[in-house]
Design a protein around this ligand. Structure first.
Ligand code: C5P
Ligand code: MG
Length: 240
């Protein structure tokens, strides 16, 4: 196993505020965060893409951000990320949280820029309200606690529930064309194991906070999406 970095290095730009006593980097009044969780192959990415189209969410997939960082020329984390992903293990949270926070900040500043260009500067003080779908995160309790404390508490957790046999079938099918290092039988088994033992406690943690909406994702893509639209309605209408 590669050495776990104790802290992010200068390669990834530092977050604005992360001291123990600081408040989250983003104000929950200005930012709506929905976590999208579920086993590998549950359809998180597919459903997020539909929500982006219909609601203008910014979709941030932790797995996609990690794969992009892995592929980035010169990344000092590339080899480490590849090993964790192939083993189905959770990458040390410092790396993933920083990638997410940087992506949120980039989305918000490009939005602010667009608003100004459109002549809306009088109504835009600093950063405008923004909705984020954070897909495949948090996957481990330390990530959940740290993100809530230092980045932004989530408004809602969509939990896509699906039997393992169906997930396995979907992942093996996807593996024929995905080119992913972890869509093979050996990695899939490890990912299921991590999901049950490491990620389910996160769902239980948010369930105790009353934030979890369970979605049966064994159904067809369109049926799942209808259920999701109903599930997010309270959060979307109150923040629009
Ligand atoms: O979500 P996705 O299936 O794309 O994630 C692929 C892999 O990325 C996971 O199995 C894990 O190794 C890594 N990952 C992580 N922490 C996250 C999300 C993904 O370590 N929060
Ligand atoms: Mg995904």
């Amino acid at each position: 196993m590669p050495a776990v970095p104790s802290a992010p290095t200068s390669e990834l730009p530092p977050p604005a505020t992360t001291s123990a006593t600081s408040s989250p980097a983003f104000d929950p009044n200005e930012v709506t965060v929905i976590f999208v969780l579920g086993g590998p192959g549950a359809g998180k990415g597919t459903q997020c893409a539909k929500l982006v189209q219909d609601y203008g969410f910014v979709h941030l997939s932790a797995g996609d951000l990690l794969r992009a960082e892995q592929a980035r020329a010169g990344s000092q984390f590339g080899a480490m990320i590849k090993e964790y992903i192939t083993e189905g293990k959770i990458v040390p949270m410092e790396v993933t949280i920083k990638l997410l926070e940087n992506a949120m900040r980039a989305a918000m500043s490009s939005e602010a820029g667009e608003a100004k260009e459109a002549g809306a500067s009088s109504g835009v003080k600093g950063i405008p309200a923004r909705r984020f779908l954070v897909d495949g995160f948090p996957r481990q309790m330390d990530q959940a606690v740290k993100f809530d404390e230092t980045v932004c508490p989530s408004s809602l957790v969509l939990f896509l529930v699906c039997p393992e046999a169906i997930l396995q079938e979907r992942l093996l099918e996807r593996g024929k064309t995905s080119g992913r290092d972890d869509d093979n039988a050996a990695s899939i088994k490890k990912r299921f194991d991590t999901f049950i033992h490491t990620s389910m406690p996160v769902v239980d943690y948010y369930r105790k906070q009353g934030k979890v909406v369970d979605i049966d994702s064994a159904k067809s893509i369109d049926e799942v999406y209808e259920d999701i639209k109903r599930g997010i309605a309270p959060v979307v209408s109150s923040s629009s």
